[in-house]
Design a protein around this ligand. Sequence first.
Ligand code: 13P
Length: 248
Amino acid sequence: MRKKIAAGNWKMNKTEAEAIDLATKVAGVTIPEDTVVILGVPAVYLSQVQKAVSGSPVKVAAQNCHQKLSGAFTGEISASMLSSMGIEYVILGHSERREYFAESDALLAEKTDTALGQGLKVIFCCGEPLPVREAENHVDYVKKQLENGLFHLDSSALENIIIAYEPIWAIGTGVTASQEQAQEMHHEIRTMLTDKYGAEVAGKMHILYGGSVKPDNASELFGEPDVDGGLVGGASLKSADFEAIIQA
Ligand code: 13P
């Protein structure tokens, strides 16, 4: 039985005091036994958030890392820095990174290898823009992203990957994919995993949905058989909303 995952992605939000306050509140939530809670926090607050949630089951994720382990890359953060801090997860391939920072599939494959090599677990994002969805090419589009970014891995490496399907047209727009749309794509992704790695591996993989997840739509989305939880942006910034999503 796969656990459910409620992952927050704070993106570039919160002051230091607000970040500590929010993490402390999330750490105080009674988390259902079959649920894993992860906070994707700005890198500058990783240490403080880690302290704020210590003693609770809440896990911490970075939102990005560099493909190289060290060197002259001013302003960047490496996977080895994250693992040296005891950070467990890193989000890679978010559509905002792909679009605004020109992160290609090839670069993301490299980042994924580097992160896994440092013992990090990777939340690997994929998802199509609106014109691709309207042309009904979304399944092929996501398949390419996964083939190019992940499918070079062997099945043992895949144990440390969580896939997040985030249709770009649903991110921050208030337009959520319907539960049928989410289930359709998650099922397609699991079929791709089955074809490549076999049913046993595919059956263990967590596939999260992201894109305008809110307290009032979380239950129906997470109730779908192939939706193993959510990667939540805006609604993870308010402790009451995120708590409701954790409970869902
Ligand atoms: P929203 O929940 O704000 O739509 O953001 C989704 C997202 O991008 C999570 O990574």
